[in-house]
Design a protein around this ligand. Structure first.
Ligand SMILES: NC(=O)c1ccc[n+]([C@@H]2O[C@H](COP(=O)([O-])OP(=O)(O)OC[C@H]3O[C@@H](n4cnc5c(N)ncnc54)[C@H](OP(=O)(O)O)[C@@H]3O)[C@@H](O)[C@H]2O)c1
Length: 323
């Protein structure tokens, strides 16, 4: 992790005035991104995006992850308006998604689609992502990226990035790019590490930050929890004892993600858990070096992802057990 920063009251960046104790990461276009986001794209968080968004902001989370697909862009800005925060105190991410039934967006309609997002949000999002490499017809990724670059150059978009991009998708847009994508948002947790290594290598070479979603998969979605379960439980018990707080295995995974230099995009529609997320956002690094290494090494003994889709297409899987 090379670009981990804790915001301080003396910093002048608007994001730094959000919440002085939530660490952020530097992006390669010179902006900063808070290390943890509450997403309104899944579960109850999506169904009750306005109410839960208000709770997330009140709890101390100042980074909301939305997308055209989630149909929660309006609720995102409404939650901010209902909160005690100003627009510039919240980091907003949205995404260009495929149409209903996954129909790709014709390249001639991309600008209009971006403008409609901005209209729904009532503001330019801090970060705008290409939701996946199939949001435009085959062979059009480079053309799509050029449109986003032009919008950024014209001040009509701020930071631009991608999501669910495999090595070949990244290489396609990096070739001749005027602006590199600042992030790639991926399903990222210890059980995806071996498979993702080729993507992570490209990102390290170019300074592209990883954002994780599905981060809690080893606990919530992997049958039995697998070999990480006892390790996570042991570490959760140790840090709970050391801090006198009740810190569970989800906290351990989120802290492991942060220490990798990865932005954690998580979600909750449960008021108590949303409140806890605000507390997790400001926790110091509680994991010991040997614990971080153990989580990484044990994670690398299994390959498992919840969101498969194209990530397992034309992207070779590692020879590892997946159950
Ligand atoms: N770019 C993409 O393609 C993509 C794909 C998927 C997601 N995302 C983004 O990432 C966000 C998070 O995605 P995710 O849902 O996969 O993230 P996640 O962090 O892996 O899981 C969040 C879920 O975990 C549950 N949870 C948290 N702590 C728990 C606990 N202690 N016990 C039981 N359940 C617990 C929450 O349920 P409760 O509501 O009950 O707390 C919530 O539904 C989305 O909302 C979206 O913004 C992006």
């Amino acid at each position: 992790m090379t670009n981990f920063q804790t915001t301080s009251p003396s910093d002048s960046d608007p994001i730094d005035s959000l919440n002085m104790t939530v660490p952020s990461f530097d992006l390669l276009d010179g902006t900063k991104i808070p290390w943890i986001a509450w997403g309104n794209g899944t579960g109850q968080a999506q169904k009750q995006a306005l109410r839960c968004g208000e709770l997330a902001l009140a709890s101390g989370i100042h980074h909301i992850d939305t997308a055209q697909l989630y149909k929660t862009e309006r609720e995102t800005i409404e939650a901010i308006k209902k909160s005690d925060l100003n627009r510039d105190q919240v980091y907003i991410t949205s995404k260009l998604s495929a149409g209903d039934n996954d129909d790709p967006v014709p390249i001639s309609e991309v600008v209009q689609s971006v403008k409609e997002s901005i209209e729904r949000l009532g503001t330019i999002p801090d970060l705008f992502l290409v939701h996946n490499p199939f949001v435009v017809p085959p062979g059009q990724l480079k053309a799509l990226w050029k449109i986003l670059e032009d919008l950024k150059a014209a001040g009509e978009l701020k930071s631009i990035g991608v999501s669910n991009f495999r090595p070949q998708d990244l290489e396609e847009i990096l070739d001749g790019a005027r602006y590199k994508p600042v992030v790639n948002q991926l399903e990222y947790h210890p059980y995806t590490l071996v498979h993702l290594q080729p993507v992570l290598d490209i990102q390290a070479k170019h300074g592209i930050v990883t954002e994780s979603y599905g981060s809690l998969t080893p606990i919530l979605r992997y049958p039995t929890g697998g070999p990480l379960k006892p390790v996570l439980e042991r570490i959760a018990a140790r840090i709970s004892k050391a801090t006198g707080k009740n810190l569970d295995t989800t906290v351990v995974l989120l802290l492991w993600i942060r220490v990798q230099g990865v932005v954690a995009v998580t979600a909750s529609g449960n008021p108590d858990r949303i409140k806890s997320l605000g507390e997790i956002a400001t926790l110091p690094d509680l994991l010991e070096r040997n614990e971080i290494e153990e989580l990484t090494n044990v994670g690398k003994t299994v390959h498992f992802r919840f969101y498969t889709e194209h990530m397992e297409k034309d992207f070779p899987l590692p020879n590892l057990p997946n159950e």
